[in-house]
Design a protein around this ligand. Structure first.
Ligand SMILES: *Cc1c(COP(=O)(O)O)cnc(C)c1O
Length: 323
């Protein structure tokens, strides 16, 4: 049975956040709480996925097949959407089989899983990669890693209107910059499209600068026929994607203690630290108003939590110490 286009357009609230380092610089910050749109289908990944699902429905696809790692927020959102909207989905996983909280969720949500190894996963860009999967899962739409591509970016453009609509609630008539954590840069490109040059978009890179995000964003904007301008990329990776350290762990828990808002260690916590450095370096004039997307990813942090707690100096359990 062909899948139906999901009829769901969630909205996220825009919440002000007060922190001493913001107050010291007279900078205001509000977070677009994408992590709260749904307990399962959380974060920016839904917005990147939605147009792919609409396309799958338009093509009469039978299901959706995509790829990711053992902690993938993207596969998690896809599996959750598959369960919610009743379509079959398949996840092609990087590396050797490993049991993570994400993987056990994927299975429970009904996603069919195939482990490709590392070499097999690297082959995903080679011609012919999809052929056996198309034969095994005929009529399944192939969604690129992370829900990327121009289709995914376009799904994020409406987030700008979601922000605009809520400014009055904050008592803001405008804002000065929009910040987002960038992995592939798809979400960032979508925001640049949505802004159409009105505000500059800052991409806090969760991956090192040589990972091609700049080229990727340029290519998406070119494909959309938009000008390649209105954004800036900053290295927020702290030496590598998935690299965590004590200062990061402390910033994450400190933020949570002060605001009650959880962050994920790989994207949003790193973006917040990059913003703090930007503010403390004096790049933002007093009175500046910044909006940052909370892009979710909280499901992915579960496996890392013991390590983060230990890094931050909170716990040192024997089970954890033996790793
Ligand atoms: C995937 C992800 C991002 C990055 O999104 P891109 O569109 O790949 O740049 C940011 N934050 C979180 C929590 C994510 O899961």
């Amino acid at each position: 049975m062909p899948l139906r286009s999901p009829d769901w357009t969630p909205s996220a609230t825009l919440d002000p956040v007060r922190l001493d380092w913001l107050d010291s610089a007279s900078v205001s910050l509000a977070l677009l709480r994408l992590e709260r749109i749904d307990p399962l289908v959380s974060g920016n990944k839904w917005f990147k996925l939605a147009p792919h699902l609409a396309r799958a429905a338009a093509q009469g696809a039978e299901g959706v097949i995509s790829l990711g790692g053992a902690h993938s927020n993207h596969l998690h959102a896809l599996a959750a959407a598959g369960r919610r909207f009743g379509f079959p989905c398949v996840g092609l996983l990087r590396g050797e089989p490993v049991e993570t909280p994400t993987v056990s969720d994927l299975r429970e949500l009904g996603m069919a899983l195939h482990w490709l190894g590392y070499g097999g996963y690297r082959a995903r860009h080679l011609p012919g990669f999809w052929e056996p999967w198309a034969a095994r899962y005929p009529g399944f739409l192939q969604v690129p890693e992370g829900g990327g591509g121009l289709v995914g970016a376009q799904g994020c453009a409406p987030l700008v209107a979601m922000i605009q609509e809520q400014l009055p609630r904050l008592g803001w008539d405008d804002y000065d910059a929009l910040w987002v954590a960038a992995g592939t840069g798809t979400t960032l490109a979508g925001l640049v499209l949505g802004e159409g040059g009105r505000h500059s978009v800052f991409g806090a890179l969760a991956v090192p600068p040589d990972h091609g995000v700049a080229q990727q964003v340029s290519a998406l904007l070119a494909e959309a026929g938009a000008v390649d301008a209105g954004y800036r990329l900053l290295d927020a990776s702290r030496g590598g994607f998935a690299r965590v350290d004590a200062a990061l762990a402390q910033a994450l828990f400190d933020f949570e203690a002060r605001t009650g808002i959880e962050l994920d260690p790989l994207y949003t916590a790193k973006a917040l630290i990059a913003l703090r450095q930007h503010v403390e370096a004096g790049y933002l004039a007093a009175g500046s108003r910044v909006i940052m997307l909370h892009t979710g990813g909280l499901q992915g942090r579960r496996a890392m939590l013991p390590r983060l707690l230990r890094l931050a100096g909170y716990t040192a359990t024997s089970a954890d110490a033996s790793r």
